[in-house]
Design a protein around this ligand. Structure first.
Ligand code: THU
Length: 178
């Protein structure tokens, strides 16, 4: 961060990149292309939605290999897509004091929050039999993400997509506490 030679206040890039020259109204095409590219690099296009969908699904499936599930042997991978376009993974982590176990969905979300993310666009969850998120995770997903698509996956692919609102209809949340 802070090392880019171009920022939004670099007037030359805007001026010449948009094709203007003070004297002639025209600009050498090479300069135009050069500055256009600098503008494009400073404001990268967000990846298309289907690319991000593939990425969040792939990450959730891959995260199953990190599961720490010696008691249930039920390996769960999860991934969350942040508003800024990052994909953050999680897996279930079990404890010999069973109730202390944390589900993959919450590990992914809490990890994302700890890394500074506050807004999320989608999630994916992967298990060998395309299991659905548990009740506790549905509550946490709703509170942190509000209404987003959740891709339910098996070991290979997305099996179905459901919204977090449909996973937790008539949710209890902070709006009831005001
Ligand atoms: N588990 C998850 O990771 N997510 C869910 O939504 C359901 C359950 C984990 C917790 C535990 O490690 C194992 O699956 C069996 O319940």
């Amino acid at each position: 961060a802070g090392t880019s030679v171009f920022n939004a206040t670099d007037w030359r890039s805007w001026y010449i990149g948009c094709g203007y020259n003070r004297r002639s109204g025209l600009v050498c095409p090479c300069w135009r292309i050069y500055f256009r590219n600098r503008i494009a690099a400073a404001f990268p296009e967000p990846a298309p939605r289907d690319t991000m969908k593939e990425a969040v699904i792939k990450k959730a499936i891959a995260m199953r290999s990190r599961a720490h599930a010696p008691f249930s042997n039920y390996r769960v991978g999860a991934a969350v897509e942040t508003q800024s376009g990052e994909i953050i993974g999680g897996c279930n982590v079990e404890s010999s004091s069973y109730g202390l176990t944390c589900c993959a969905e919450r590990v992914a979300l809490f990890r994302a929050v700890a890394e500074g993310h506050t807004s999320f666009r989608s999630m994916a969850v992967a298990t060998h039999n395309s299991g659905m998120p548990c009740g506790a995770c549905r509550q946490v997903i709703w509170e942190l993400c509000s209404d987003i698509p959740i891709h339910i996956c098996n070991e290979q692919k997305c099996v179905k997509t459901i919204s977090s609102k449909d996973l937790l209809p008539d949710a209890f949340d902070k709006s009831k506490l005001l």
